[in-house]
Write a protein that binds this ligand. Structure first.
Ligand SMILES: Cc1cc2nc3c(=O)[nH]c(=O)nc-3n(C[C@H](O)[C@H](O)[C@H](O)COP(=O)(O)OP(=O)(O)OC[C@H]3O[C@@H](n4cnc5c(N)ncnc54)[C@H](O)[C@@H]3O)c2cc1C
Length: 309
């Protein structure tokens, strides 16, 4: 059946776009190659509980519309304010408390928020799109086509992918489980400055609220580039750095590594989205900085623009 809009990519930007377009009266279909929606809002069940392996948290920011969505999630127990305080670990190993905006987390894992946004939409998972052109997806009529994914992924589908010129950095996310918590009770997360191997440590038990002794550690892009074909190869360096920085005596009982080849763009386009007849784009490269809220706003604004036209 013909649709007004086909969104390729069921991450938070694609879902926000689809919702806004559908709320504006358009018929919308979302296609995603993954088994489930969410993209980089990624929670995987490890050791009998969901672990956030993509985004660590989100910030609400200035947008009243996103704040409204987040308030709905909070009311239904899907999201909760986590912390405004992380530790910053300097090059000399010195630790300092760093206050910032409130970071929000999801008790069931951040992917649950994407699942919530997908509610009521026509979403086709496990559908890998091979080629797009204005008004067409894989040779079929598709209405307005929206590419809601990192530019390099979009560039595989068309030689006129908006935003394809931006560089993206990889990250390997490594989940580490100990049998008991071995780090300070007030350590919720840590920015690691100027380290060759790791850039951020999150206490997954703390953010999810179940207290499980699980950390998720993000590598630097430099470390990730060595292990793109074998993400598990990053685990020994990540374990050594984490133990060293947090003073943990033992090796973890279990580990898991996930590769993000396109984790974040190194620059932003500076525009909220790309709109052209038949082929538009949204995502976290469209906005001021790559983040969950940016991706949502980009998709939402594009959906409104599509409904308006
Ligand atoms: C390790 C890591 C840590 C992060 N930490 C934070 C954080 O703490 N706070 C924060 O705000 N943000 C963070 N981010 C960024 C945040 O996750 C992203 O900004 C946001 O999730 C991007 O959403 P998106 O919809 O733009 O893209 P994506 O989530 O990447 O969605 C793109 C979708 O397109 C699909 N797709 C791709 N190609 C095809 C195809 N050919 N056919 C069909 N489907 C396709 C993919 O399966 C995917 O679902 C982090 C990201 C990573 C990777």
């Amino acid at each position: 059946m013909a649709v007004d809009v086909t969104v390729v990519g069921g991450g938070i930007s694609g879902l926000a776009c689809a919702r806004a377009a559908a709320a504006g009266g358009l018929s919308v279909r979302v296609l995603d190659r993954g088994r489930r929606v969410g993209g980089r809002l990624a929670s995987r069940t490890l050791w009998d509980r969901p672990v956030d392996l993509g985004a660590s948290y989100f910030v609400v920011g200035e947008s009243a519309s996103f704040a409204h969505v987040v308030a709905g999630w909070q009311e239904r127990g899907l999201a909760r304010p986590w912390t405004d305080t992380f530790v910053a670990i300097g090059a000399d190993g010195e630790q300092q408390q760093k206050h910032g905006p409130m970071r929000w987390a999801a008790p069931h894992g951040l992917r649950s928020l994407a699942v919530d946004l997908a509610e009521g939409l026509e979403v086709r998972a496990q559908t890998t799109v091979e080629a797009v052109e204005p008004y067409r997806v894989d040779g079929e009529d598709a209405g307005e086509v929206v590419l809601a994914m990192p530019g390099p992924q979009a560039a595989r589908l068309t030689d006129r992918a908006p935003g394809a010129e931006l560089d993206w950095e990889p990250v390997i996310a490594v989940a580490l489980r100990w049998d008991g918590r071995q780090w300070p009770a007030d350590l919720r997360g840590a920015f690691v400055d100027a380290h060759p191997d790791i850039s951020f440590i999150a206490d997954d038990g703390d953010r999810r609220g179940d207290g499980s002794p699980v950390l998720v550690v993000h590598t630097t892009a430099q470390r990730a580039r060595h292990h793109l074909d074998d993400p598990a190869g990053a685990i020994p360096a990540v374990v050594a750095a984490t133990r060293d920085l947090l003073g943990i005596a033992d090796d973890p009982a279990e580990t898991f590594a996930h590769r993000w080849r396109f984790a974040r763009p190194t620059a932003a386009t500076g525009q909220p989205f790309h709109r052209a007849p038949g082929l538009s784009a949204c995502g976290d490269a469209w906005g001021d900085r790559p983040a969950v809220r940016t991706a949502w706003e980009s998709g939402h604004e594009l959906g409104l623009a599509l409904a308006d036209s």
